[in-house]
Design a protein around this ligand. Structure first.
Ligand code: SN0
Length: 315
């Protein structure tokens, strides 16, 4: 594997999930693969789980890891080709990515969308420029439109905790106070549509995701109906795709509560984190027996390790 930016980069999804679960049982079996190999993790935005779990995954494989918070510690990056750099930007992404490629065997990149210009965000300009100029394999640590390491960990979690062969999985929109990317729900939908699950998306009218990611999903606007008898309920806020980045008020009632969960007593509640308590999800759910959010975050290590292992094998 040379690029990991979406589910489409994976040849055999069940095999990758199986690999992650095998690595969970025996984390240090492939230390030789990463010996003298360097992973550079580049962050243009904040991170907790992605940073630490990917770093841990690389260490488990015997790699060296360098982390650069380029937004805070690097030179201000210019992204536009042909720019006359007489303003605040100091270094062009062409040189920055090219130089990092000289120091690394694999690069990981996190860059959120601006949520202003849909065409620009959905072109994945920043991620693609890293790929083009660094000339080494690149793994997405969440790009403008997708978060594939999160989605792989989510599928690993579902595979591990399911009690029926084809579980009912529901992605439900949750309230928030600011516009958030569509990357996590896009990516989760894209993976679920290819997995052996019965997949439903519930959101208020106006929060339709880009149809490219939801092909095969049942999409409804009634949350109660959607979550009935669910095996997994994945809670996530996102801003509108059309008009792009918009947030409308009046949907506070979409916060999942224990009362709503009485319709799905066997459901495990998932969230990629960070979660805003009592806005997106109630304390009672997060601290209750149906939440699997910490377990899910733990699985980020095995997802990242399965991907890095394949990349190391293909170097
Ligand atoms: C990011 C998102 O894509 O939704 C990262 C999730 C892994 N989440 C946020 O930016 C949350 C910010 C906030 O203020 O709650």
């Amino acid at each position: 594997m040379k690029i990991f930016s979406s589910v489409n980069d994976v040849k055999d999804i069940p095999a990758l999930v199986g690999e992650a679960l095998k690595l969970k049982k025996d984390p240090f079996a492939f230390q030789h693969l990463g010996k003298n190999k360097t992973l550079c993790l580049v962050f243009l935005n904040p991170s907790l789980r992605t940073r630490i779990s990917t770093q841990k995954a690389a260490l488990n494989l015997g790699m060296n890891v360098i982390v650069l918070n380029i937004d805070k510690e690097g030179w201000a990056l210019e992204l536009k080709d042909g720019a006359i750099m007489n303003g605040t930007t100091v270094e062009h992404i062409r040189e920055a990515a090219g130089v990092m490629g000289e120091y690394s065997d694999i690069i990981g990149v996190r860059s959120f969308p601006g949520l202003k210009d849909r065409e620009e965000d959905y072109s994945e300009n920043i991620f693609n420029k890293f790929v083009e100029f660094c000339k080494v394999p690149v793994v997405s640590l969440e790009s403008a439109t997708r978060h594939p390491l999160q989605s792989l960990a989510d599928l690993v979690t579902i595979e591990e905790l399911k009690t029926v062969s084809r579980p009912k999985v529901v992605l439900t929109w949750a309230p928030h106070i600011k516009p958030l990317p569509q990357a996590v729900p896009n990516s989760f939908a894209e993976w679920m549509c290819k997995a052996d699950v019965d997949f439903t998306i519930a959101h208020p009218a106006g929060y339709e995701l880009c149809a490219d990611f939801t092909n095969g999903a049942t999409i409804i606007h009634n949350q109660d109906e959607a979550i009935r008898d669910a095996d997994f309920i994945y809670v996530k806020n996102w801003s509108a795709y059309e008009p792009y980045g918009a947030v409308t008020s009046g949907n506070e009632g979409w916060m999942l509560t224990n009362e709503k969960l009485t319709q799905s007593p066997n459901a495990k509640v998932m969230h990629c984190l960070p979660v805003r308590r009592n806005l997106e999800l109630s304390d009672e759910i997060l601290d209750g027996p149906q939440s699997v959010v910490i377990h899910e975050a733990g699985n980020r290590v095995w997802a990242a390790q399965a991907v890095l292992k394949q990349m190391l094998e293909d170097l």
